[in-house]
Write a protein that binds this ligand. Structure first.
Ligand SMILES: [Fe+2]
Length: 184
């Protein structure tokens, strides 16, 4: 099944709008970074074709959330954009692996425990990357900000770890393992 990610994005985002440009620019940068990481790991045999499409779609849910700095005026809290994106992709009939990438990419994934303890407005289930492709896309996403104020900034692995530590140490610990595994 050949999936055209831009055709899917354009079902929800109008070309020429600020949000479309922010989303597509970010998604392309994350896709390129994901493919760079994947190509450096031939011994793990990542699925490049899947990564190329799934990375383009990982943030499809942002328009349903509120983040005014990037032009999102939806109702849901921004942290919901991953699982809401999964719902959109599932409803379109895509194989479930695409939705899982979206659901599991926020932070370094979010555990059920974290959701419960912090009363996050999310379904109470583990949303942590499990497959190699999920981990690669989640990790690559951390190196680029959609916020135009920061989007030109070069984010290092140390910066990513510092940022995740501010959320909580579990996020940082998970990311550190991937950074070691992927040579980031
Ligand atoms: Fe992203």
């Amino acid at each position: 099944m050949k999936i055209d990610p831009l055709q899917i994005i354009e079902k929800f985002y109008a070309p020429g709008t600020r949000l479309y440009d922010i989303l597509v620019n970010h998604s392309r940068i994350v896709t390129d970074k994901s493919l760079d990481i994947a190509r450096s790991l031939p011994h793990l045999n990542p699925d490049l074709e899947f990564i190329e499409t799934a990375a383009m779609l990982h943030d499809i849910g942002i328009f349903l959330t509120r983040s005014e700095s990037i032009g999102c005026f939806g109702k849901a809290s921004y942290v919901c954009h991953g699982y809401l994106g999964r719902e959109l992709l599932d409803e379109l009939g895509l194989p479930p692996e695409y939705g899982m990438v979206s659901e599991r990419h926020t932070g370094a994934g979010i555990t059920r425990k974290n959701i419960v303890l912090n009363k996050l407005p999310l379904p109470q289930r583990d949303m942590v990357p499990l497959s190699l492709e999920e981990k690669i896309i989640c990790a690559a996403d951390k190196y680029h900000s959609k916020n135009p104020k920061f989007s030109g900034r070069n984010i290092t692995t140390a910066d990513v770890i510092k940022g995740l530590r501010k959320i909580n140490s579990d996020h940082a610990e998970r990311f550190i393992l991937w950074a070691e595994e992927f040579g980031l």
